[in-house]
Design a protein around this ligand. Structure first.
Ligand SMILES: *Cc1c(COP(=O)(O)O)cnc(C)c1O
Length: 341
């Protein structure tokens, strides 16, 4: 039913110094340690999704994401390990925002426009790993990405006319089958910590599957612990409430029947920053502080925004659990945000 690639259980650690500083107990579920090349949260979903691909005798896997997609990188890695061909549809990134900071960074790293363009577009971070793994990469424009299902169908026809059998994994692996990975993770956590004593569990929300799995898993196992999702995208929280409800509903197909109401889904928009994958100065600062005080390295796209959201929305005296969903490779692609180190 599920493949077994992740190194489980991942530990739960307390952060002693930040707990003292913020006067609350901060625990971290170290899902940045699920693996190395396929590390992060996506591997838990992919263990279910790729089992389905293998069961259906597919030999080619399509998925999509941003240019620095952690999900695409993890998919590529596990496909290689299974002897499947990964095809990654990556959305071309937005043109650089032209503010003061970016000008300052630009002049630090590059003497002219061409040099800067080269620096920015260098194959780095997740994209470097995708290339090393031999993944086929199809860059799609933002307009095409908005209709990615049509793009998938068009390419699927092409591949299948060449005798291949294609399995399509949606953005972030976020459907009910993928979310089972986080139902499983909740079961894993019940052996590590008393979840009934935790005031809230926090995670980043990018495509909603992690949140849906955590919430459904908790309710399924009889815990009322709130799950607070920090939306790191420019989609509205309302979009995710609907998506999470749909995923939770579809989990019934796999025997996970729970009663979740829209008001149980707590997702905040307040920490999404200037754009998806663009951290604020406060997020950059949060990465530095967490690394230098606790040795926990957050990423610039998801976990820095989520961690900051957790610090700001939790209260003194509480006991909170942060799910560190990984993303470390994405840091290297944004090294220019850390120039004053
Ligand atoms: C994808 C991702 C998330 C968000 O998870 P979703 O299930 O897509 O909401 C959080 N953190 C990291 C590092 C990710 O790569």
């Amino acid at each position: 039913m599920k493949l077994s690639f992740a190194r489980l259980p991942t530990p739960i650690e307390i952060l002693p110094r930040l707990s003292r500083r913020y006067e609350r107990e901060i625990f971290v579920k170290r899902d940045d340690l699920t693996e190395f090349i396929s590390s992060g949260n996506k591997i838990r979903k992919l263990e279910f999704l790729l089992a389905d691909a293998v069961r259906n005798r597919c030999d080619t896997v399509f998925t999509c994401g941003g240019e620095q997609s952690n999900h695409a990188r993890a998919t590529a890695h596990l496909c290689v390990k299974l002897g499947l061909k990964p095809v990654l549809f990556l959305r071309e990134s937005q043109p650089e925002q032209n503010n003061n900071l970016s000008r300052r960074i630009r002049s630090f790293f590059a003497s002219d426009e061409a040099e800067w363009k080269y620096f920015k577009e260098a194959v780095n971070g997740n994209l470097l790993i995708d290339k090393l793994l031999g993944a086929e990469i199809v860059f799609v424009s933002q307009q095409q990405y908005a209709k990615i299902d049509e793009v998938f169908e068009e390419y699927k026809e092409k591949y299948e006319s060449q005798g291949r059998k294609v399995y399509i994994i949606p953005e972030g692996g976020s459907n009910a089958l993928g979310a089972l990975g986080y139902v499983w993770a909740v079961a894993e956590m019940t052996n590590q910590i008393d979840l009934s004593q935790i005031d809230a569990i926090y995670c980043a929300v990018g495509s909603g599957g992690t949140y849906a799995g955590l919430l459904a898993g908790l309710r399924f196992l009889g815990y009322e612990t709130p799950v607070i999702g920090i939306n790191v995208t420019k989609r509205e929280a309302k979009y995710f409430v609907e998506k999470v409800l749909k995923i939770v509903d579809e989990l019934a197909e796999y025997g996970i029947r729970v009663n979740v109401k829209p008001e149980d889904i707590k997702i905040t928009d307040d920490f999404s920053g200037p754009a998806y994958a663009v951290p604020t100065e406060a997020d950059v600062e949060c990465i530095k502080i967490t690394a230098s005080t606790e040795g926990i390295v957050l990423d610039p796209v998801y976990t820095s925004k989520a961690f900051r959201g957790m610090l700001q929305t939790s209260r003194r005296g509480q006991k909170v659990l942060f799910v560190h969903t990984g993303g470390t490779f994405g840091l290297f692609a944004q090294a220019h945000r850390f120039m004053e180190l």
